[in-house]
Structure formats: structure tokens, C-alpha cells
Design a protein around this ligand. Structure first.
Ligand SMILES: Cc1cc2nc3c(=O)[nH]c(=O)nc-3n(C[C@H](O)[C@H](O)[C@H](O)COP(=O)(O)OP(=O)(O)OC[C@H]3O[C@@H](n4cnc5c(N)ncnc54)[C@H](O)[C@@H]3O)c2cc1C
Length: 432
């Protein structure tokens, strides 16, 4: 029996038995293990990767390459391969992930099950858009090949399907060409949300990657200030800057969260004032995955752990909704250094339960302060619901069932594709 918490390190879920298959072709008795759920690397913050009282299928043994064509950039691999492994294989051969989330520790299976997005959503859509096909193992023992042509409804249910349609054993994806492992990054500060929207409109048209950090504690005239970072893969260079990843670690869990009102205000003020308008070459790890260089960084929030709140609000109301969310967060005095604002593009997601959709997405970490934090979330939920938005299951550990139903109108249709032996703490919570 094991208790594997999500990335937020919230109080541990009930114990689950763990199965660790080594061969994708070996028969796995999924029906006999019910309720069962695949587990990638636990980079989801809450309970989409938890299955209290059931069985977790640890996919870390399903980590083999199956095929890679360095001319076309088509890669087939087992579902437990991490995005980190793909980058290590592909970048020296001139290929990059078409979409990468903010950590490369995620598995291919986890990236499909949450249909993850990156800073280039407006340019490239989400992870599902780059899948050519995958194999889904059902608890009946059936192995289904799914693609836009084969079993297309199962393809759409499994992309963003929260691991509930069966076990992904392998997937084939199309990588994107690059010239080297550096990014050309354009950074500039903004003083208000109005300035953010102006910069964002201009940069979205010109840069494939865009994202902004916002100072979530700034109030009054400073509210909505932040730092905008747009980027593209660097063109061929005669000389590239030297780069080596400096790996550090948060060695222990401090008795109290290191993120509090004082440290937060000090960090945010310093970070904003020190940021300059500049163009620079940055290694892709420094641009996309800076937190991966600090092992166990999630321990800084102390023994009670933390939540991430990530919402998307659609275009008609997004400007007012983002301003109101930031006002309520600043007023609460909660939040963390990690506050990210970006806009998604128009490309419709393929998955029935995919989170990305047109609009603005705001993501913030919050130390777990018990009722004070849950009260704040209820306050934020009201703004998101009023705006017609949704919360992201990959980051969630507490959204009420009504909030899920409002944000995911295809949930009922999706239920037709659930594997009867599969379940998760998240699903039992939001479909109670
Ligand atoms: C620092 C950080 C930054 C992040 N940034 C982003 C971001 O920018 N964009 C974004 O979209 N997400 C982001 N995330 C969230 C993360 O990308 C997702 O939660 C991802 O799904 C985690 O993958 P995992 O392999 O760890 O899977 P887990 O978290 O272990 O599981 C996630 C889901 O995938 C299912 N699953 C896993 N493997 C399989 C399989 N083989 N078959 C069927 N189902 C499977 C599980 O059942 C579960 O429902 C971030 C997370 C962290 C910690």
C-alpha cells in the first residue's frame, strides 16, 4: 500500500495498491484491480492522479522507445516515457516537443490524459493536436488503436480524459523542427493590466511563445503589473552561449511555509523592479522549465502543502474577470511568487474534457491555510462562473461538482467512454 500525494503535497490521500507493469504487451488484469488508475509522475497538483482504496498502475516501467524517424520527426514511444527523455533524444537531432508544459518531468501518458498546454497555445494548440495515434488498453483486455481515423470518438474521449478511459500503453507524436537548443527571449515589464493586454495583442501576432508573470500582491495603481516574456526558437547561430543546468534541491520540508505575506511582497517587488526590457538567448530549460532545476521545490510550502488555482475565462469577459480575480487575491493577502497569466488561442481542443479554450488563463499557487484559502477559492470561483470560465483538473484538489459541470458541458457525453474498472479521487469528487 502506498500514499502518493499529488504535486501540491496536500494531506495524503487514502492508500492505494501499486502495480508496476514492465512490458506493454504483457496481459495486465485491470478488471481484477478495480477501481484502477494509471499514475505517471504525479506532476498533477491534486487528485486526478489519486485513487484511494484502489490500485494505481505506476507507468514508470513503460519507458521504451519504439520508433523515431529523424527525417520526419515522428516519434513512437511507450506512455511512461518522460518529456525530459524526449527532449534529450530529439533536440540534438533537430526536433523539439510541439507543446511543453512548465515541467519536463511529465510522462507522455500524463500529457495526453490532461491534454497539457504550453506557452505556445495560440500558435500550436495543445498536446492532443500533435498526436498521430495511441494504443488504449481497456479493462476488458481489448487493445484499441485510436487516431483521428481509427476510433475517433475514443481518441477525443482519451485526450484530456483524465486517465479514465483505460491505460495508454504507447503513443505516436509529431515533433517540431528546431535549429539548436536555445530560445530567443524578449522580456519587458508592464505597469498595469491595460499595458499587459496591449503588449499581449502585439506579441501574440509575432511570437509563438508568450507568457506573463504577474505581481499578485500589488494593489492600487500597481495592481496588474508584471513581466512579459515572449520567445521563439533561436535561428541558426554561429556561436551559442555556454550553458549547464545547475541542479539544486530543497532538502527538507520546513516546519512552516516559506511563502508568506512578507516574503511574497519582498520577492515580488524586487523581481518587478529588477526586470529589464531585453532580448537574450536562453537555453530552453531556462525558458520553459526553470523550476525543474530545483528538486522538490514543492516542499517550500511546508507540511500543509499548497494548492494551485488555474482558471480560464472566455474573451468577452476576460479583461474584467482577470482584473477582478487579481483584486480579490491581492485583498486576501494570499498567493505566491508563481502567478502566471497568458491567453489561449482560438484552436478548438480535440478532447471532450480538454481544459484549453479561447480566453485568458490565470494560474497561481497558494500555501494551504485551511479555511482562509478555501474561502478565497469560493470567492474566485464566483468570478470564474460568472464569466463562463472553467478550472483545470490537473491543478485542482477542491473544485465543487457544480463548478466542474458548468465548465465541462461534455462530461455527460464523456461518461459513455469511461472504462468501468477505472476511477479516481477527482472523478468521485466532481461526479458525486
Ligand atoms: C511545475 C509544474 C508546471 C506545470 N505546468 C503546466 C503547464 O504549463 N501546462 C499544463 O497543461 N500542465 C502543467 N502542469 C501539470 C502537468 O503537466 C500535468 O498534471 C500532467 O498531466 C502530469 O503528468 P504526469 O505524467 O505526472 O501524470 P500524473 O500527474 O501522474 O497523472 C495525470 C493524469 O494522467 C493519467 N495518466 C498518466 N499516465 C497514464 C497512462 N499511461 N494512461 C492513461 N492515463 C494516464 C492519470 O491517471 C491522471 O489522470 C505542470 C505541473 C507542474 C508540477
Amino acid at each position: 500500500m502506498n500514499r502518493w500525494p499529488g504535486w501540491g503535497r496536500l494531506p495524503a490521500p487514502g492508500p492505494a495498491r501499486v502495480l508496476r507493469p514492465e512490458l506493454r504487451s504483457a496481459p495486465i488484469d485491470l478488471a481484477g484491480a478495480a477501481p484502477v488508475l494509471a499514475f505517471g509522475r504525479g506532476r498533477s497538483y491534486g487528485d486526478v492522479c489519486q485513487n484511494s482504496g484502489g490500485v494505481l498502475v505506476d507507468t514508470s516501467g513503460l519507458d521504451r522507445w519504439m520508433d523515431f524517424d529523424p527525417h520526419s520527426g515522428v516519434l513512437r514511444c511507450e506512455a511512461g516515457v518522460r518529456l525530459r527523455d524526449i527532449l534529450q533524444l530529439a533536440v540534438p537531432r533537430g526536433w523539439f516537443l510541439p507543446v511543453t508544459p512548465g515541467t519536463r518531468e511529465v510522462t507522455v501518458g500524463g500529457a495526453i490524459a490532461n491534454d497539457v498546454h504550453g506557452k505556445n497555445h495560440h500558435d500550436a494548440g495543445s498536446f492532443g493536436h500533435h498526436l498521430r495515434c495511441f494504443e488504449l488498453l481497456r479493462s476488458s483486455g481489448e487493445r484499441m488503436l485510436c487516431s483521428p481515423r481509427h476510433n475517433p470518438a475514443w481518441f477525443a474521449a482519451t485526450i484530456g480524459g483524465l486517465g479514465l478511459t483505460g491505460l495508454l500503453t504507447w503513443a505516436e507524436l509529431q515533433l517540431a523542427p528546431v535549429c539548436n537548443d536555445f530560445m530567443l527571449v524578449h522580456t519587458r515589464r508592464f505597469r498595469s493590466l491595460e499595458e499587459f493586454w496591449e503588449i499581449n495583442d502585439a506579441c501574440m501576432a509575432q511570437w509563438p511563445y508568450t507568457v506573463a508573470w504577474v505581481d499578485c500582491v500589488a494593489r492600487g495603481a500597481a495592481q496588474g503589473r508584471g513581466v512579459y516574456m515572449a520567445a521563439r526558437h533561436a535561428p541558426p547561430q554561429e556561436r551559442l552561449p555556454p550553458w549547464r543546468e545547475r541542479r539544486r534541491s530543497m532538502p527538507l520540508v520546513p516546519p512552516l511555509s516559506l511563502v508568506n505575506a512578507v516574503s511574497l511582497r519582498a520577492f515580488n517587488t524586487l523581481y518587478w523592479h529588477r526586470s529589464r526590457t531585453q532580448d537574450e538567448l536562453l537555453h530552453y530549460v531556462a525558458y520553459f522549465h526553470p523550476l525543474d532545476s530545483i528538486a522538490h521545490w514543492n516542499r517550500i510550502y511546508g507540511p500543509r502543502g499548497f494548492y494551485q488555482y488555474q482558471c480560464v475565462v472566455p474573451p468577452p469577459s476576460m479583461r474584467e474577470a482577470v482584473a477582478e480575480l487579481l483584486r480579490r487575491i491581492a485583498r486576501s493577502g494570499q498567493g505566491s511568487f508563481l502567478a502566471v497569466l497568458k491567453t489561449f488561442g482560438e484552436r478548438p481542443s480535440l478532447g471532450m474534457l480538454s481544459f484549453p479554450r479561447p480566453g485568458a488563463t490565470l494560474a497561481l499557487d497558494f500555501p494551504n491555510r485551511g479555511q482562509a484559502t478555501t474561502r478565497l477559492f469560493e470567492d474566485l470561483d464566483a468570478v470564474v462562473r460568472q464569466a463562463g470560465g472553467a478550472l483545470y483538473p490537473a491543478k485542482d484538489a477542491r473544485m465543487p461538482a457544480a463548478m466542474f459541470a458548468a465548465g465541462y458541458p461534455q462530461a455527460q457525453r464523456f461518461e459513455g467512454y469511461l472504462d468501468p474498472a477505472f476511477g479516481s479521487d477527482f472523478w468521485r469528487r466532481v461526479r458525486a
